[in-house]
Design a protein around this ligand. Structure first.
Ligand code: AMP
Ligand code: FE
Ligand code: FE
Ligand code: ZN
Length: 282
């Protein structure tokens, strides 16, 4: 069984439609794929239809933007109730703040590069969760930069003068809200220091007390030592570990199935979920 539990589509900052994601998952010989767009479940319906068509299993999920002490934390929420008011109240607040923040960043970048908001909007699908990758795509479209990676290595870095932060819920609160929504919370790339500042183990201990189920240990942004640390900490806290690609289509080098999750871990996720949203098995 090949299981990849973290991917993005055009509903956030990936470049595939949900249908294209499921087709790519079949091509990559995956048995099960999770759709986990940033702060939205908008891709679920199309992904579910495509899963039946291409014969790949589907875990419906989300990647929730969180923040603590000015450090960004990403929380995967699997099999949540997509209408849970507590969780989606926080997520909507973060989505709105993302738009305000992107506009501010574009104003700042525009002073030096002439970039406009319309050019950024043109890079995002209608209703997509707006993020720095769309600003990157607009700069690439202008010919100012080669690709998203170049943007994230410079203009879009968190320590760049153009960077603006946005409202996001505290990760401990988000873990509680995912459980209240009947879902299963797993911390994405917990020790990926290449992406920016990371939280200390104490924060993860707090998340575990609030109901965290697992840590995404196998992720390309982790070194071997960071994977080992995630695995050791998970053992200590009674959490499971997952492995995933964090596929973004053409937006990142990450390939589907480059890391995978064990079937018994998927079974634990299914067993812990209480929302009524089930894994789709064609
Ligand atoms: P934001 O949530 O708007 O702050 O933007 C962060 C998003 O940018 C993450 O979801 C990543 O998928 C994406 N990202 C981060 N680093 C890179 C990179 N080097 N190349 C492409 N995308 C990236
Ligand atoms: Fe992303
Ligand atoms: Fe992430
Ligand atoms: Zn992701």
């Amino acid at each position: 069984m090949r299981i990849d539990l973290h991917t993005h589509t055009r509903c956030s900052d990936g470049t595939d439609t949900p249908t294209e994601l499921l087709e790519a998952a079949a091509q990559a010989d995956l048995d099960v794929v999770a759709i986990t767009d940033h702060d939205t479940t908008r891709g679920w319906a199309q992904a579910a239809t495509a899963a039946e068509q291409v014969g790949v299993g589907l875990v419906r999920g989300i990647e929730i933007s969180c923040q603590t002490d000015h450090i960004s934390v990403h929380l995967l929420g699997y099999l949540i109730d997509p209408q849970a008011p507590g969780l989606f109240g926080e997520i909507e607040r973060a989505r709105e703040s993302r738009v305000t923040r992107a506009r501010r960043m574009v104003e700042r970048i525009g002073e030096d590069y002439g970039l406009t908001w319309d050019e950024v909007v043109a890079q995002a699908a209608a209703g997509a969760t707006i993020g720095r990758p769309h600003i990157a795509d607009a700069l690439v479209a202008r010919g100012d930069l080669r690709d998203r990676s170049a943007a994230f290595a410079g203009i879009l870095r968190t320590d760049s003068p153009y960077y603006v932060s946005y409202y996001a819920p505290d990760p401990v609160d988000a873990v509680r809200l995912v459980r209240e929504a009947g879902g299963v919370p797993v911390m994405a790339h917990p020790f990926a220091s290449v992406r920016g500042r990371i939280v200390g183990d104490d924060v993860i201990v707090g998340m575990a007390s609030a109901g965290l189920a697992g840590l995404e240990a196998c992720h390309r942004d982790h070194t071997a030592a960071q994977r080992q640390h995630a695995s050791d900490l998970a053992d200590r806290l009674g959490l499971f570990t997952t492995g995933s690609s964090d596929y973004h289509g053409a937006g990142k080098p990450n390939r589907l199935g480059e890391n995978t999750t064990r079937p018994d871990v998927l079974a634990a996720i299914e067993q812990q979920a209480s929302s009524g949203v089930e894994v789709i098995r064609p």
